[in-house]
Design a protein around this ligand. Structure first.
Ligand SMILES: NC(=O)c1ccc[n+]([C@@H]2O[C@H](COP(=O)([O-])OP(=O)(O)OC[C@H]3O[C@@H](n4cnc5c(N)ncnc54)[C@H](OP(=O)(O)O)[C@@H]3O)[C@@H](O)[C@H]2O)c1
Length: 258
């Protein structure tokens, strides 16, 4: 099958901006890209954590900021462009997650999660797209989740934010690919990170952040649009997604205690 994006095998000299690079998948992906020869700008709020990830990597640039601060986006972008001359690939990897059933929903916390997971991506897109479109090249990678495939209790706000990101990545691909840009939708299964440390249930097919980072790099090298892993888990979930509601709802209820 033909790849949906131009495969990128050689990361040497690629200018990558990872949003959410202070821990978990984003940190592992930043290191993976640096080790492959890319120049990587690392962003998140905790500067000291970014510095620890960037240590020993001469091509790393830390660019700490809060993605909820709309003005900071353009300041950070300008700063990175001054150092690197531009951005070839931005990876939206930051997220906020609180396990919560329907009866636990708090409106202010929900708004914060939606703004972090989804709203910030719109600000980021508005920041990087003008230069990429003018150049006719660049990559947008959106880290969503299998939690966006269908409604899952416990992910009352996180799940809908990830479903929206899947939708967003799909429409971005249709709009941007004809203009020379690549768009990647990254849907991880469970990865052992501070985010999932909040889960009190057994997580099937749990992966390390390093394995997740390798899967993302391999997916980009293959020119995939959707990069989902581990496939034994994500393919099973894709099948569940196709079940009619009358079969899917009882199955999900059995998996989640009420
Ligand atoms: N772990 C999994 O099983 C799993 C599965 C599917 C999808 N994902 C997705 O993978 C991505 C990475 O998750 P992870 O598991 O690696 O989580 P993580 O270790 O908790 O990383 C989250 C990152 O987001 C950053 N962040 C959060 N709020 C921010 C803000 N307001 N401004 C700037 N940065 C902010 C955090 O940095 P600071 O706190 O330093 O700001 C951190 O670097 C997320 O999009 C997540 O939804 C994870």
């Amino acid at each position: 099958m033909f790849p949906l994006n131009p495969p990128i095998h050689d990361w040497a000299g690629q200018r990558v901006w990872v949003i959410g690079a202070s821990s978990g998948i984003g940190a592992a992906l930043a290191v993976e890209a640096l080790q492959a020869g890319a120049r990587v700008a690392l962003s998140a709020r905790r500067a000291e954590r970014l510095q620890a990830v960037a240590d020993d990597h001469p091509h790393a640039l830390i660019a700490p900021f809060d993605i909820l601060d709309k003005q900071a986006w353009s300041e950070r972008h300008d700063h990175i462009c001054q150092h690197f001359g531009g951005v070839d690939l931005i990876v939206f990897c930051a997220a906020d997650y609180h396990p919560e059933r329907a009866w636990d929903i708090e409106p202010d916390r929900a708004a914060h999660t939606l703004e972090t997971n989804l709203g910030s991506v719109y600000t980021g897109l508005a920041t990087v797209l003008p230069a990429m479109l003018a150049r006719g090249s660049g990559g947008i990678a959106i880290v969503a989740s299998v939690a966006g495939y269908f409604g899952l209790p416990n992910a009352s706000v996180y799940g809908p934010s990830k479903a929206a990101l899947i939708n967003l990545a799909e429409l971005l691909y249709v709009d941007l690919r004809p203009r020379g840009l690549s768009v990647y939708l990254i849907n991880p299964g469970f990865v052992q990170t501070p985010l999932t440390a909040k889960n009190e249930f057994a997580m099937p097919a749990l992966q390390t952040p390093q394995a997740a980072a390798r899967a993302i790099r391999n997916g980009i090298a293959s020119g995939r649009f959707e990069i989902h892993f581990p496939r034994r888990f994500t393919l099973a979930l894709k099948l569940v997604r196709w079940l009619p509601y009358r079969l899917r709802f009882p199955l999900i209820s059995r998996l989640v205690s009420t």
